[in-house]
Design a protein around this ligand. Structure first.
Ligand SMILES: NC(=O)c1ccc[n+]([C@@H]2O[C@H](COP(=O)([O-])OP(=O)(O)OC[C@H]3O[C@@H](n4cnc5c(N)ncnc54)[C@H](O)[C@@H]3O)[C@@H](O)[C@H]2O)c1
Length: 279
């Protein structure tokens, strides 16, 4: 079966509503893994991009690489503005300073993708409480606080916008055999934050949706597989499509949910998991 290449510079026609032309997209956790590849996707869809991450060195490095690769891949297209900003998403002051910095450089923010997050595996009774609190602070507080800061900006501009929160299929199912109760619960919270904020901000033209990935090949899952290589067979065996996801598999879904192609979609969860959660 043929498929459309991601790198096809002379792309065939598509619906105009899928474009992110001249929009400013902020991606938390954008310096690596899913956030970084979604960043490439939105830039290819015409957006300017602010990569925000706690790892500033990596954010700066990846912003430069992303812009250079874009120029090589699309020599005739206008070069997008790709910038890097440090933030700790668990810290409200850090977020406020970061958004101010982004607006100073880009002039505005139209879209937010919250990909900053992490997981750890401990039996619940052994989970160090400081680690559990840190996980919630990044995965849950970080999503909520960043979304509210961007919403304040959009409300002040009286501008609509749209946001995508990166949840996980772990917000709907309990992964086995690895033990990660706080992570699972944090991702259920992220999904319900998206629905709740979608309702709260609907009248202001701000849409909020959630993408829940399955097992994707990134540093996050690599860390788990380094300790438990046997898990890969289990994960792939439980996935109807019989493979782990590639970060590239999120480029289309995130572009769809940010763009006007999904303008009547809000409060929704889109599972991108190769069918894992339907069996
Ligand atoms: N990889 C998967 O299989 C998978 C599956 C489902 C959901 N997810 C979710 O996708 C998101 C991205 O995961 P990934 O696999 O790309 O992981 P990753 O570790 O490759 O990337 C996470 C990024 O978040 C940044 N980050 C961490 N803490 C931060 C903080 N306090 N402030 C700002 N940035 C911070 C990291 O520096 C890193 O660049 C996470 O929320 C994760 O839970 C991943």
């Amino acid at each position: 079966m043929s498929s459309v290449s991601d790198t096809n510079a002379a792309a065939p026609p598509t619906l105009p509503t899928f474009t992110l032309q001249d929009r400013v997209v902020v991606i938390t956790g954008g310096a690596s893994g899913l956030g970084l590849v979604m960043g490439k996707g939105v830039v290819e869809s015409g957006a300017h991009l602010a990569i925000v991450d706690i790892n500033e060195t990596q954010a700066v490095l990846q912003a430069g690489i992303l812009a250079e690769n874009f120029k090589e891949q699309y020599p005739t297209r206008p070069v997008p503005r790709v910038t890097a900003h440090r933030v700790d998403v668990s810290d409200q002051d850090s977020i406020a300073a970061c958004v101010k910095d982004i607006v100073a450089v880009h002039g505005k923010v139209d879209h937010l993708v919250t990909s900053a997050g992490f997981t750890e595996n401990y039996a619940a009774v052994d989970y160090p409480v400081d680690r559990m609190r840190r996980l919630w602070a990044v995965n849950v507080d970080g999503t909520y606080l960043f979304a509210c800061e961007v919403a304040r900006h959009l409300l002040a501009r009286k501008a609509g916008g749209s946001m995508v929160f990166i949840g996980s299929m772990s917000g709907a199912i309990v992964n086995t055999p690895q033990l990660q109760t706080p992570y699972n619960a944090s991702k259920a919270a992220v999904k319900h934050l998206a629905s709740s904020l979608a309702v709260e901000w609907a009248k202001d033209g701000i849409r909020v949706n959630c993408i829940s990935p399955g097992y994707m090949a990134t540093a996050l899952t690599e860390k788990i597989l380094d300790e438990r290589p046997d898990l890969k067979e289990h994960w792939v065996g439980g996935t109807p499509m019989a493979r782990m996801g590639n970060p590239e598999d999120l480029k289309g879904p995130v572009t769809f949910l940010l763009s006007d192609a999904s303008k009547y979609v809000t409060g929704a969860e889109l599972r991108v998991d190769g069918g894992y959660t339907v069996v």
